[in-house]
Design a protein around this ligand. Structure first.
Ligand code: UDP
Length: 311
């Protein structure tokens, strides 16, 4: 297939480029590099790979045939989308509209990278795909949550009205190499702080929970979803749930760091608990995560040590 990956120079986008190339496809990565980095794709020197710098919120221009669009362009860290709320809303709304327009024009399928954030601060636990969520539209996270909710609605409208073969993956917290050192999320923050011997910053009392999926596991779920016949949303994530405090202790243990814990205010609307129900992914895709947190964190730690120049 000839596959377009929007956000192709981002954390997940670059892993998807790699996976699609290794499966023999032709890949065109599109990114405007506001949170992505050309470093992430610099090693992909296959003749089947190309990169175009475009802001997909303004339009997407691709010559030639397209079989599938993996639509991953968006800021995705709370720190990023707090700094870029308008760009986040535009890429979720206008970028998604443009990606669907391209899919329609080329007769291609499209997979939307959606998110566990569409469940907001969930009142149902664990989160199943049929839960509608608890989102504060006007809160600081509203720019991301509502953009992705709109994107899901837009994707379903194109599926229903134009018969486009669309997929929606709801991605839960994911970590691995190529996350930006300072993207502000818990994994890069704790890793960087532990490696440099700085205090680990715990927001709130650390009792809030998250479930962490290693990047290659997530990419495998997404790849299977792309090839499937499924058009309704599928959660992809690791159901093993930890409190933030437990996670901090694990990072301390793994890094052998003497970093202390520093408690800081909890950001507004920070979800209190999050764990994917992955029954649908198991049934429909025969998928479940394989990489244990300790193993995934060990690989990720090696990446961050190298980035920080600390052996
Ligand atoms: N968090 C934290 N310290 C940090 C960064 C994040 O305690 O330095 C907490 C944050 O409040 C949230 C969880 O870790 O409860 C996951 O945050 P992240 O930004 O990684 O992503 P989110 O799941 O909120 O989108």
């Amino acid at each position: 297939m000839r596959i377009i990956i929007t956000g192709g120079a981002g954390f997940l986008g670059s892993h998807l480029c790699e996976r699609c190339l290794s499966e023999g496809h032709e890949v065109v990565a599109v990114d405007n590099l506001i949170t992505g980095a050309s470093d992430n794709i610099a090693h992909l020197d296959s003749p089947r790979f190309s990169y175009q710098q475009q802001n997909i919120s303004e339009g997407i221009h691709i010559d030639g045939p397209v079989d599938f669009i993996l639509h991953f362009a968006s800021p995705a860290s709370p720190v990023d989308y707090l700094e870029l709320p308008i760009q986040t809303l535009k890429v979720g709304a206008l970028g998604t509209h443009n990606a669907l327009g391209l899919a329609r024009a080329k007769g291609a399928g499209l997979l939307l990278a959606s998110t566990s954030e569409i469940y907001g601060d969930p009142l149902v636990h664990p989160q199943r795909e049929d839960y509608w969520g608890n989102v504060n539209s006007i809160g600081p996270r509203g720019c991301y949550d509502e953009a992705k909710r709109f994107a899901e609605a837009m994707v379903m409208a194109y599926h229903r009205q134009h018969g486009i073969d669309t997929k929606i993956v709801r991605i839960f917290n994911t970590y691995g190499p190529r996350m930006r050192l300072k993207d502000g999320r818990i994994v890069p923050n704790f890793m960087r702080q532990a490696i440099l011997g700085e205090p680990l910053t715990i927001y709130g009392d650390g009792s809030q929970t998250r479930s962490f999926c290693y990047a290659t596991d997530l990419i495998d779920g997404i790849y299977r979803l792309m090839l499937s016949k499924e058009n309704m949303p599928v959660n992809i994530g690791n159901p093993h749930e930890f409190t933030v405090l437990e996670f901090a202790h694990l990072v301390q243990e793994l890094t052998g760091s003497k970093s202390e814990l520093q408690f800081m205010p909890l950001p507004e609307d920070d979800p209190k608990q999050r764990q994917p129900d992955i029954s649908r992914a198991r049934e429909i895709l025969g998928w479940e995560p394989k990489v244990e947190l300790k193993e995934g964190l060990t690989h990720t730690l090696a990446y961050f040590r190298e980035k920080l120049g600390v052996a």
